[in-house]
Design a protein around this ligand. Structure first.
Ligand code: NAP
Length: 249
């Protein structure tokens, strides 16, 4: 029997999952993207771009497209979309699975300082460093705008809208990033502090290895809390869930 699977995307895992499902004759896969990135990497299969208008809009969409299961494979920091999926799937009684990559792993030699928010990361800068490699992404950069006395190398995929700190260099680039490139950036800009979200994933972890090699502290912003729902860490586990548990309830 054919089933429609909705993949809430914007991550490498979401694209990998969509590619696997798109190869199946018995599955219709629809991936959704927020539409924030100018030139997104598009997943295989059908793609829907733009928000749903909150949980009500998503619940209506699930009914309209006869969606049989939802995989929330959004970024670990996409808190609103995940909350919306949780509410909409409960309302529409559609099974929901969270596909979330594991957090970054701390290794011997790491000097990590964990904080809960971007604002706390900004407040921690003066005591931790003066030349900051800021890799937290385009959203929320406003938290750093008023931090004086520090230089920022700001890296994100698209040009940010928020005001940036006075002394900065903006680097528009997207992963995967390699160790050699990260070391070269750290050396060229005489970086003494790295700031990252705890996004996890291989595509962006080279900066952590680079910081370790140069003996630099890293401020790590913790993942936001999320609603309790079944969760897996790999695409293979998500496929197994679709084949079994998604139909159990
Ligand atoms: P968010 O704050 O959780 O979402 C804000 C709103 O954008 C949602 O309420 C929803 O609008 C819409 N939206 C978000 N993700 C969507 C998706 N995959 N498909 C359809 N609509 C979506 O999310 P965000 O942090 O802005 O992230 C936006 C997208 O970028 C996500 O797809 C995420 O996977 C990706 N991303 C985020 C980060 C990050 O650091 N936050 C990093 C890399 C990639 P409605 O309420 O109208 O449905």
């Amino acid at each position: 029997m054919s089933q429609t699977v909705l993949v809430l995307g914007g991550t490498a895992e979401a694209r990998e999952l969509a590619a696997a499902l798109d190869r199946r004759a018995d599955t219709r896969v629809i991936s959704t993207l927020a539409g924030r990135i100018a030139r997104p990497r598009l997943p295989a299969g059908e793609v829907r771009i733009g928000g749903f208008g909150g949980p009500e809009g998503l619940a209506s969409y699930l009914a309209q497209e006869s969606v049989g299961a939802v995989i929330d494979a959004t970024h670990p920091f996409a808190q609103r979309m995940s909350a919306s999926a949780h509410a909409a799937c409960a309302r529409a009684t559609v099974p929901l699975l969270r596909l979330e990559r594991p957090p970054f792993r701390r290794r011997p030699g790491d000097d990590w300082r964990r904080v809960a928010t971007l604002e706390q990361a900004a407040a921690a800068i003066p005591a931790a460093g003066r030349r900051v490699f800021l890799t937290t992404g385009r959203q929320g950069l406003g938290a750093f705008a008023d931090i004086g006395g520090a230089f920022f190398l700001v890296r994100c995929v698209d040009r940010p809208e928020a005001p940036l700190p006075a002394d900065h260099v903006l680097l528009l680039d997207r992963g995967p990033f390699k160790l050699g490139g990260e070391l070269a950036l750290i050396d060229r800009h005489r970086i003494d502090l790295v700031i990252t979200k705890d996004s996890g994933g291989e595509h962006t972890e080279a900066k952590l290895e680079a910081a370790r090699r140069r003996g630099l502290p890293v401020i790590v912003v913790a993942r936001p809390p999320r609603a309790d729902s079944p969760a897996v860490a790999t695409v293979a586990e998500a496929l197994a869930w679709l084949a079994g548990d998604a139909h159990a309830g």
